[in-house]
Design a protein around this ligand. Structure first.
Ligand code: PHE
Length: 461
């Protein structure tokens, strides 16, 4: 996200193709919204633990490779499909591929439903941590506190509150709602997180945390499970495989370079995830709470981190507030992109107005979310299935549609607005989508589908 970005002249939108579709107010606004979608709980909650669990720096390396080899190409595909059709996923796949591809659009919308339903539950916990830290210090018994926050009544209540806020922003529209919120919230998030990471270097024992996070275990690189973990993490973190980026690009002018924007979004997303690790581990290790890390990912973020902040006293309280506010910002800007996929699909397919679609879509998702709010095993199963199966599956569909199917026959839709040099790179890009991405995603799915089935079986157990 750089400041000169607004210079590329996409100021007030004259309605581009004359479709009457709402447009982003500026290039910066689009990038802020796309980075806002990408950066979220996935970066600050899932990434550090996935890295620690799967070989530290070795995982980080693999993750970077996948982000740029698979993530950026898929993102360019989504951007191009959205911008050229000016439609949300169902219509975009139908228009660019033919009617046979439309059902995949429903898969995308379904993934949006499922992910937002449980994402909002976790975001609800985050909201309570942030809110209460401002009002009173967190209780010393971090575990008991987490049990209370994630207990039925509280979790349902904060989940509904978070959904209400998400709904309000999306109902406000692309420019007045989503763009306005993301444009100030994302720079703020980056500032807070970098600030905390710098502060964390001063902690006694921080180096042990860095070592834990970044010591490479290269044996992990050879494991297919690590590959599957890195790839599904990349899809989740970059908001790929369910049309969020596609939908955002459907409000984009034609004069921006899609490969450049995709690279900016991916770099920002990785940067924030990496810095989150530089916060989380020093804090936990400085307070000697490392045993909590290996327990569960949820436990680590919601028990070890708040526990460490409580032990640090007044400074911990301030930093704790900032950290959870940053998490909240990440969560809300991601949640609006999830709801936007659903809303824009209803608007495009059934010609409903935005406000009505937001209210109906938001309420249905809020109701579904009551289930994971009341039962963590449901939440876990939804995360496994939606994030680790639906998203890579969606990625496979996109790679086939653009790589081999009708949508990629001409590169114009993807090259428009890019420099001549970038255009020639797009030929290599299409070969990547054809040959590299599908086999990789099939390997990933061969691992994540059985894991998803196991998680469904474990519900209630
Ligand atoms: N990328 C978001 C995060 O990391 C989650 C998300 C997934 C948002 C898919 C939109 C679509 O938190």
């Amino acid at each position: 996200m750089n400041e000169h970005s607004t210079a590329s002249g996409t100021d007030t939108a004259p309605g581009g193709a004359g479709t009457g579709r709402e447009m982003w107010g500026s290039r910066f606004g689009f990038i802020a919204a796309a980075v806002g979608s990408a950066v979220g709980l996935g970066n600050m909650w899932r990434f550090p633990y996935a890295a620690a669990e799967h070989g530290g720096a070795a995982f980080v390396l693999l993750y970077v490779i996948i982000t740029f080899l698979v993530g950026v190409p898929i993102m360019i595909a989504e951007f191009g499909l959205g911008r050229s059709t000016r439609l949300s996923p169902i219509g975009a796949l139908r228009r660019s591929g033919g009617p046979a591809w439309a059902p995949a659009g429903y898969l995308f919308v379904g993934a949006g439903f499922l992910i937002l339903a449980y994402y909002s539950v976790i975001a609800g916990w985050v909201s309570r941590y942030a809110l209460e830290a401002v009002l009173t210090p967190w209780p010393a018994d971090a575990e008991a506190y987490f049990n209370e926050v994630s207990g039925n009544t509280s979790a349902v209540f904060y989940h509904l509150g978070f959904m209400a806020l998400t709904l309000l922003i999306v109902a406000g529209g692309v420019k007045a709602g989503i763009e306005r919120v993301s444009s100030f919230a994302m720079p703020l998030l980056a500032l807070i997180l970098v600030g905390i990471a710098v502060w964390a270097t001063t902690l006694l024992g921080a180096d042990e945390g860095y070592r834990y996070y970044l010591t490479p275990d290269f044996n992990e690189l050879l494991s297919l499970d690590t590959l599957a973990a890195a790839a599904s993490q990349a899809f989740f973190s970059l908001s790929l495989g369910m049309g969020a980026m596609l939908t955002f690009a459907s409000y984009l002018q034609r004069d921006t370079s899609l490969p450049r924007e995709a690279t900016i979004v991916a770099l920002s997303d990785f940067g924030i995830a990496f810095i989150a690790g530089l916060v989380v581990f020093p804090v936990i290790f400085a307070m000697g709470l490392q045993s909590a890390v290996s327990e569960s990912t949820v436990g680590a973020l919601f028990i070890a981190i708040p526990g460490a902040f409580v032990e640090m006293g007044a400074v911990g309280r301030v930093v704790g507030i900032l950290f959870f506010v940053a998490l909240f910002i990440g969560a809300i800007t991601s949640a609006i992109s999830l709801l936007e996929v659903v809303v824009s699909s209803v608007v495009d397919e059934w010609k409903m107005n935005r406000r009505k679609a937001s209210i109906i879509g938001g309420i249905i998702i809020a109701l579904i979310g009551i289930l994971p709010a009341r039962d963590l095993s449901v939440l876990n199963a939804m995360d496994r299935v939606a994030a680790e199966v639906f998203l890579p599956l969606g990625g496979l569909v996109l790679a086939l549609l653009v790589g081999w199917g009708p949508a990629g026959r001409s590169l114009d839709a993807f090259a428009e607005g890019a420099s001549p040099r970038t255009r020639s790179l797009l030929i290599g890009w299409r070969w990547t989508l054809r040959l590299a991405v599908p086999p990789l995603l099939i390997i990933v799915l061969s691992r994540t589908i059985p894991a998803g089935i196991d998680a469904i079986r474990a519900i209630g157990g």
